[in-house]
Design a protein around this ligand. Sequence first.
Ligand code: ATP
Length: 533
Amino acid sequence: MEKIVSLCKRRGFIFQSSEIYGGINGFWDYGPLGAELKRNVKELWWKSMTKMREDIVGLDASIIMHPTVWKASGHLDTFADPMVDCLLTKKRFRADQIEPQSGVAYFWSGAKDEASSKESSEPFSALLAPGKPAESARKVAIQFYTQRGLQNVALLGERTEKIENTTQYNPENGALLTEPRMFNLMFKSHAGPVESDENVVYLRPETAQAIFVQFKNVLETSRQKVPFGIAQIGKAFRNEINPRNYTFRSREFEQMELEFFIKPDDVVEKQCGTVATLSENGAPTDPPQANWGWEVWHSYWVEQRMRWYESIGLSRDTLEQYWQKKEELAHYARACVDILYKFPFGTQELEGIAARGNFDLTQHQTHSGKSMEYFDQEASAKYVPHVIEPSAGVDRLLLALICNAYDEEEVTDEKGKMEVRTVMRFHPRVAPIKVGVFPLLRNKPALVEKALEVRDLLRPFMNVFYDDGGAIGRRYRRQDEAGTPFGVTIDFDTIGENGSALEGTVTLRFRDSMKQERVKISDLLSILLPQVQ
Ligand code: ATP
């Protein structure tokens, strides 16, 4: 991770937000290369969801919505994580993210100040990790009582106990943690000039709710029929207790969410006579069938999403599926699958795909008093549609793509010297820059002129980087680090200085194999375009 973080900063993929002021925990900025990567990922998701399908339309809703939205969705009452504080440093952790530890727990009933005979009867405990001297636990306790106003601390009533797999102690210093308390993750603000309770608003913690709230408007204006979906990409905010693992858990992030509305199983049965169940031939694929029930639709979307990840360079062996167990599901959910990526810091969630029944639309129907029912002409039935929700995080996906792309290999340079080549092996579809264009020498006007011509030929169709600085080998290496899949070099053959046979041709270099081919300038677009689109 250290190497990846350093490359991201050095090459301008990711910067700490407000870095010159010391940064702000849980917020990140994307530099020139990161911004391109992010745009490509979002564009590819949007294209696969809306442009390549008849049955999904888009939405771009406001971040701040009527506060009742969050009452109806359950976020106001339940969008909370159990949280614990370190009794010594006050550092806050998510209770469910503390690694279990074993060791000897030291307990004290209190302490007294030997100089002033002041006493504290507050009990305290610290965990001593195996192999550490007892004094280090006592040191933590002395710090604790010093913070409570004692000076020459004498610890009272010490006793010890061997403990296995406890999550009650701060893994960083062994100090006892508070009991878990619930903490609402929504950022609160006020709309308008008065900071009163009536004006409280929230920054959305997910993009999905706007889709439910606008369900009727979209349905009426888009001429869609159930089954159909609404897709949205946008910012979401969560006041995470413990932002960590680089951009993986941030406080401001972007989501790509689809709500795919389907008929309830009883309506499918009425209309088709049967409801298709999952066959043994693997996941259902296109085209969807009228007799699919929620279970088939859910599996279909899991498979669609896996295929999409493959199409942008995350092969199946880098991903895992976690099917939540019955007891882990939210009360309204029928199934939920997490798609996980094997990050260097552990295998973690990229996307959740949930079958949510008709919970959300029904909640908004109840709280708004507006009907969310749909009249299905084909089935001659009226119902609140059910929903399958594939919900992905843009930033987590970017981090996965960056981790997946990072590679180091030993190569020999022109002079036969071994060197380490750092190369970002992005799939050409997501690569921030698609092609580097290089005149062999910058002080030969004919080369420069031709190179600019090639740049201008490609530029309307893909992101091109023109570079005329330094030895050509060095320019290739710079683009390897940026993850640019193709390089085009304009040399003396191109401009016909070595005869007419190779005039109008360039060297096309491939980032991954470092192979070079001679191709005609007039063929460049038809070679490159299918690979980067
Ligand atoms: P986690 O359990 O990791 O907190 P979650 O299950 O609460 O995530 P969802 O509410 O299902 O996440 O959100 C859908 C997607 O949004 C996640 O799969 C993830 O990609 C992204 N996401 C959620 N929280 C964050 C965050 N704090 N930072 C970056 N991305 C996030």
